[in-house]
Write a protein that binds this ligand. Structure first.
Ligand code: NAP
Length: 341
């Protein structure tokens, strides 16, 4: 086994769009393990939109990345060395690990063992992990869709969006999506059961497209993008509609946020708009896993991944995801997956 780990270092704060020079790649020696420590060989890591916020020097719900230090991420890997009786060698674990090939975890803190034969490994950091949980929580606990209502989902083919639409269909809603390419729209309508999806990059007007696709108005908006899309949605909302404010990806790389004009819609339609951060809700994680693992097993749910290869390609996968180059949940494969079918 190698005695070095290959890491992605946070080298420069972006202003506006993230560029390659925000990252540096280096090989460093793996430290010796102390009592309680484990060494994880990372197999897949996740790149997520929230990481863009952690690159800013601004107060947020999570601590920022530190310049000159290795970046953190959700990841799944196998324990290859252990001085911890509770997490023996060979255990497959998920947790907050690093953008690197091997991570030494002090005391094994925060690692969660998973059954590597119950699902493909990348699922534990996607549909059965944080993004799937975000979809499940935001839709069911905030959106609260009822059968026959209209649910609209932006970034519909992404890590979160593809799950939101499928759960809304299971709950009997009419589901409309938007996505950034015709192929992404075809995926959500043909594979995820969305009733319709429009390519927001080719329509004349978001509001016009929404009025056409949601003739009875929108009862639940699962908000992933913000900005002009949110403004357009405000003109199509029904009385007592709900907005689950999950993310605002159209704004993350702007130096000045866009304004919202149609705020009065929230008042006159008595709309409930609620932001949420999924890390506050892990008490509900077992309920989520029970639902989503069941739907995957029964074939009621499908999931699409976008897999980049190798730690050196992690920065490019992250930047590409922010630009919409991912088709499905973006993960990076860091090493051999002995459980791959
Ligand atoms: N609140 C929470 O706890 C929480 C947790 C996880 C994720 N989130 C949020 O959920 C949202 C989706 O995250 P994800 O992990 O599922 O990412 P994702 O959808 O897999 O990837 C991001 C997608 O955003 C779309 N996008 C990028 N720029 C856009 C723009 N200007 N306008 C419209 N769409 C744009 C792109 O798809 P297109 O090709 O369709 O444009 C891109 O593929 C993000 O806003 C994220 O911050 C929140």
């Amino acid at each position: 086994m190698t005695n070095t780990t290959r890491q992605v270092i946070f080298a420069k704060r972006p202003r506006g769009w993230v560029s390659d020079d925000c990252f540096e790649i280096r090989d460093v020696a793996i430290p010796e393990l102390a009592d309680g420590d484990v060494l994880v060989r990372n197999i897949y890591m996740s790149v997520d939109p929230y990481m863009r916020g952690r690159m800013n020097d601004a107060k947020s719900y999570a601590a920022g990345f530190e310049l000159g230090k290795v970046m953190q991420c959700g990841a799944i890997g196998e324990v290859v060395k252990s001085r911890n009786d509770k997490i023996p060698e060979g255990t497959v674990v998920t947790g907050m690990l690093n953008w690197e090939t091997y991570t030494l975890v002090k005391g094994g803190d925060g690692l969660m063992p998973v059954d590597p034969k119950a699902a493909p490994l990348p699922y534990y950091i996607s549909v059965l992990g944080m993004p799937g949980f975000t979809a499940w929580y935001g839709l069911l606990k905030i959106g609260e869709p009822k059968a026959g209502e209209t649910v609209y989902v932006s970034a519909a083919s992404g890590a979160v969006g593809q799950v939101v639409g499928q759960i809304a269909k299971i709950r009997g809603a009419t589901v409309i999506g938007s996505a950034g390419s015709d192929d992404k729209c075809a995926y959500v309508t043909e594979k995820c059961g969305y009733d319709a999806c429009f390519n927001y990059k080719t329509v004349d007007s978001y509001a016009k497209a929404l009025h056409e696709h949601c003739p009875k108005g929108i009862d639940v908006y699962f908000e992933n993008v913000g900005g002009k899309m949110l403004d357009a949605v405000l003109t199509v909302l029904n009385q007592h509609s709900r907005i689950a404010l999950c993310g605002l990806i159209s704004q993350y790389n702007l130096t000045e946020p866009e304004g919202i004009k149609y705020v009065q819609s929230l008042l006159i339609n008595k709309v409930r708009l609620q932001g949420f951060i999924i890390s506050d809700h892990y008490d509900l994680f077992p309920e989520f896993v029970n639902d989503v693992a069941g739907w995957l097993k029964s074939g009621q749910m499908t999931y699409r991944l976008s897999v980049a290869e190798g730690i050196d390609n992690a920065p490019g996968a992250f930047i590409g995801m922010l630009k919409g180059e991912n088709f499905g949940k973006q993960v990076v494969k860091l090493g051999d997956d002995p459980y791959a079918a």
